[in-house]
Design a protein around this ligand. Structure first.
Ligand code: TYD
Ligand code: MG
Length: 467
């Protein structure tokens, strides 16, 4: 064996046999560091030793025994939804998010629940002391639960404790604080994080213990250093939201045991994270009816329909080029929709500042939201408000046509459930679409028809109010 020196960037994981001041991978400065003791085999075949391997035989798919992944509920419905049903035995899960978003809180709640179900649960903290964890547990009403807490950040000690305690579920908070003293680099560097994680993965796979790794995310949005971990783990979850937002969103970026489209909605309360299961009601609760510029849209988050309030404000501009400010949607998409409104529906927007906001801090990226955005802008521009029981959905094309969208039935059912009586939607060409009871469909083929419908409804709405 010949010794080779390898340098790795501790921000992006880029590897190179020579050192650079500026990482060629992510262009960060001074992030390359030496990965020590890289005993790399030489390329000559004759000198290579044969690895013993596992002795496994190749089998046809039919002969491989099937063991379905069994999902164990975490007791928090929204968390289960994102995980695809619950935690799977022997899985390695990474939960990323900015500091303060609530990772430790949520995981402690999960631990408490699993302990109550009789599971042996170990919470390893490298950031806070055991007393701090106790204080938090008391705040969460879990002060008396049988969760084992270990304040440790040396990986060897963690390994020993895992072997002696044999927990069924373990949390490592956070992976960046774990280190192996025999490695030269500092805790949190790529090599330390990768080594710690691969040791934990071996433990998870050999003993069937499910291990949650907490990873802090830097401002750039990458899990600091350990982006390398994403390939290694079975599930990658990201927590979005900050102190200024009402809700915390949990999304799966990768999931070997379920779908990655599901969204979990949480609220930080005085007693920890509360799952928001009635998403539509919660998102619409602060809505004020009778004001122009607001249109309700039914979006799909994974398999779940969710009603959101789309808000637009159009005011006369005093700038040479009018302002367009967008919150919760793609800025380019909104610019395109404004251009279509101008050209195909005859709205004068060139001298208007336009602001778009998705209420509640959600972000929408489906084209199905197009029609609602356009109608919110049209409503604000004409200062006509829609009646409060009207929703809108549909994709808008460059020709001003309103195009069909997927999951119409589920979206309409959600509208019906929340008492919406009229829905502006794309024309149903197949004639198969059935409106749920109590819902009238206003089918439109073009954006100008939709804008005309908006004015009609708005006039009726004021008429109704005047009576
Ligand atoms: P924490 O779980 O420590 O975040 P992370 O592990 O992601 O860094 O939670 C951070 C914030 O949550 C902290 O600012 C305090 C607040 N908090 C509550 O509002 N209610 C609670 O019950 C708890 C435990 C925390
Ligand atoms: Mg924490």
């Amino acid at each position: 064996m010949k010794k080779k020196t390898l340098y790795a960037c501790n921000a992006c994981g880029f590897e190179s046999p020579r050192w650079y001041g500026k990482c060629p991978g992510c262009e960060a400065w001074n992030t390359l560091e030496e990965v020590p003791d890289q005993a790399l085999p030489t390329a000559r075949k004759a000198e290579r030793k044969r690895a013993a391997g596992t002795g496994a035989q190749a089998l046809t798919l039919v002969d491989i025994p099937s063991d379905e992944a069994i999902h164990q509920s975490t007791g928090i419905a929204e968390f289960d939804r994102v995980l695809g049903g619950g935690v799977v035995e022997g899985s390695l899960l990474l939960i990323g998010g900015e500091p303060g978003v609530g990772k430790s809180t949520l995981l402690l709640q999960v631990c408490a629940h699993l302990a109550r179900r009789g599971k042996r649960v170990l919470y390893i903290t490298g950031e806070e002391s055991a007393r701090q964890i106790k204080l938090r547990a008391q705040r969460l009403g879990a002060g008396r639960d049988q969760v084992l807490v270990l304040a440790e950040n040396a990986m060897d000690a963690v390994e020993d404790k895992l072997a002696s305690i044999q927990p069924e579920v373990a949390v490592v908070d956070s992976i960046q604080t774990m280190y192996r003293p025999d490695m030269a680099s500092a805790p949190g560097s790529v090599s330390q994080v990768r080594e710690s994680a691969s040791m934990l993965m071996r433990h998870a796979k050999t003993t069937g213990c499910a291990i949650f790794l907490v990873g802090h995310v830097t401002k750039e949005g990458a899990i600091a250093g350990p982006r390398v971990l994403e390939h290694m783990v079975d599930v990658v979850l990201y927590f979005e939201g900050d102190h200024h937002r009402e809700y915390r969103l949990l999304r799966a970026n990768k999931n070997r045991y379920g779908s990655v489209n599901e969204l979990g909605l949480f609220e930080m309360t005085g007693e920890g994270m509360r799952a928001v299961d009635n998403a539509s009601e919660t998102l619409l609760q602060h809505r004020t009816a009778g004001i122009s510029g607001s249109v309700v849209f039914c979006g799909m988050e994974g398999s779940r329909p969710m009603l959101v309030d789309l808000q637009a404000l159009a005011t006369q501009s005093f700038y040479a080029s009018p302002k367009r400010t967008v919150n919760g949607m793609d800025q380019g998409r909104v610019a395109l929709l404004l251009a279509v409104l101008e050209k195909r529906a005859g709205l004068r927007l060139y001298n208007q500042d336009v602001y778009i906001n998705v209420a509640g801090g959600l972000s929408l990226n489906e084209p199905a939201a197009d029609l609602a955005v356009c109608l919110a802008v049209a409503s604000s521009l004409s200062d006509k408000s829609l009646p409060s029981d009207v929703a809108a959905m549909g994709e808008v094309g460059l020709l001003g046509e309103v195009r069909p969208i997927p999951f119409m039935e589920r979206r309409l059912a959600e509208c019906a459930r929340l008492g919406f009586e009229q829905v502006i939607c794309p024309r149903d060409r197949g004639g198969k679409l059935r409106a749920p009871r109590g819902v009238e469909l206003i089918q439109v083929a073009t954006l100008s028809q939709a804008v005309a419908a908006l004015h009609l409804l708005a006039d009726q709405g004021t008429g109704k109010a005047a009576k």
